[in-house]
Design a protein around this ligand. Structure first.
Ligand SMILES: Cc1ncc(COP(=O)(O)O)c(C=O)c1O
Length: 381
């Protein structure tokens, strides 16, 4: 692409001011004594980990959480020097990187801790690790009653320092899950109590976005907000971003490639699944399922252009989508099209798109394809 190339006419805008606002919502919910470690795994849910992390450092993050070592590399390369917790630990062979990048792994078993300890130089400062216990998610972590033995064994390993005990909530987003959530919080607290004096000074972490907004008992010493920062209610579909006082973060834009007039009875796209019922103006949009505009959106999705709403018609292809703009005469080649975000009085949110896609807002964001440029801006109107 030459320096003068206009570039791809489809991109994703990320409002860093909105992320900072949403961080403020999480901060106010947990109070001043609880540390926030934003979850920026999966490239900050598809929105660009480095610029998002920089905005969150400014907003007051105490550290970050990623899933795996690879996700921490660009953060360290960009000069992010806050603690980075590796939520999914690390696989054998990555010990050197964990130590060199000063990442803080969650350990689920002693073997991983032993591998780190062996490599730690005798005179190096103690290296922080976190232990995860399974209080009810049924995925990772040792059983709560195994914690005392785990801590005792960790204490024998030279070079390591246990920082916190954490766990993950399984049903904090559900109204019907409140007993499970409270039970998980009590189990974590009891596991700490069972350590007796050794438990003093260990930090506890349990809450994701739903937990930190909805369950005071789950807030503890540090929390791990993810989706709330990116502008969707963790309680979707029960609540919306407005209910939780959030600001939308994402705007997904494309531009009309061409507009065609077709007579009634014209079949459009693969499989001829859609046939026009009236003389129609059909806009061709350079976006498709390779960008995360999923095929399931066929017959459901709306787009916004010139402040008006139009329907997506026909099957969505890998790189192209059709929209019926018959009632929007101003729409022509080059017209701006909003797939997510606001246009005039119209708005399409990630929650609404999640409904069309029969999924959750997390997946809408994580599916935003890597071939679309991300533009990080402040105060998108
Ligand atoms: C261990 C852990 N903590 C926190 C989060 C953040 O969750 P949420 O985006 O619901 O806030 C996740 C995300 O999946 C996670 O795996």
């Amino acid at each position: 692409m030459s320096a003068h190339s206009p570039g791809r006419p489809t991109w994703v805008e990320i409002d860093l001011s909105a992320i900072a606002h949403n961080f403020g919502v999480a901060r106010r919910s947990v109070g001043p004594d609880c540390a926030l470690y934003p979850v920026i795994k999966a490239n900050a849910y598809g929105l660009g980990a480095v610029p998002v992390a920089r905005a969150l450092v400014e907003a007051g993050a105490a550290g970050f959480c990623v899933a795996m070592v690879e996700e921490a590399i660009p953060l360290r390369a960009a000069g992010i020097d806050l603690p980075i917790v590796l939520l999914s630990g690390f696989i054998p062979g990555l010990e050197h990187q964990v130590l060199a990048l000063e990442l803080e792994p969650v350990v689920f078993d002693l073997e991983a801790a032993r591998r780190l300890s062996r490599l730690r130089e005798a005179d190096a400062p103690l290296f922080p690790v976190h232990v995860k216990i399974d209080t009810g998610m049924g995925r990772v972590g040792c059983a709560p009653d195994e914690l005392p033995a785990m801590v005792a064994a960790l204490d024998q390993l030279p070079g390591l320092k246990l920082d916190s005990v954490l766990s993950h909530l399984a049903r904090a987003d559900e109204e019907a899950g409140i007993e499970t959530t409270l039970g998980q919080a009590r189990t974590l607290r009891a596991a700490l109590d069972a350590l007796g004096p050794r438990g003093q000074g260990l930090r506890l972490s349990l809450a994701n976005s739903a937990g930190l907004l909805g369950t005071p008992l789950a807030r503890l010493d540090w929390v791990r907000p993810g989706i709330v920062l990116y502008g969707a209610s963790p309680f979707y579909p029960r609540r919306s971003w407005q209910d939780d006082g959030l600001r939308p973060v994402v705007r997904w834009l494309t531009h009309v490639l061409s507009v065609r007039d077709v007579p009634a009875g014209t079949p459009l796209g693969y499989g001829h699944e859609f046939v026009t019922t009236r003389p129609s103006r059909i806009a061709l949009l350079p976006v498709g399922y390779a960008d995360g505009y999923g095929r399931v959106l066929k017959g459901r999705a709306k787009i916004l252009t010139h402040g008006r709403q139009a329907s997506v018609v026909g099957r969505i292809s890998m790189d192209l989508t059709l929209a019926d703009v018959t009632d929007i005469p101003a729409c022509r080649t080059g017209s701006r099209v909003t797939l997510l975000g606001a246009d005039g009085a119209g708005f399409i949110g990630i929650e609404e798109m999640a409904g069309w896609m029969e999924t959750i807002p997390y997946e809408v964001l994580c599916r935003l394809g890597p071939r679309m440029p991300r533009r990080h801006l402040f105060n998108i109107d």
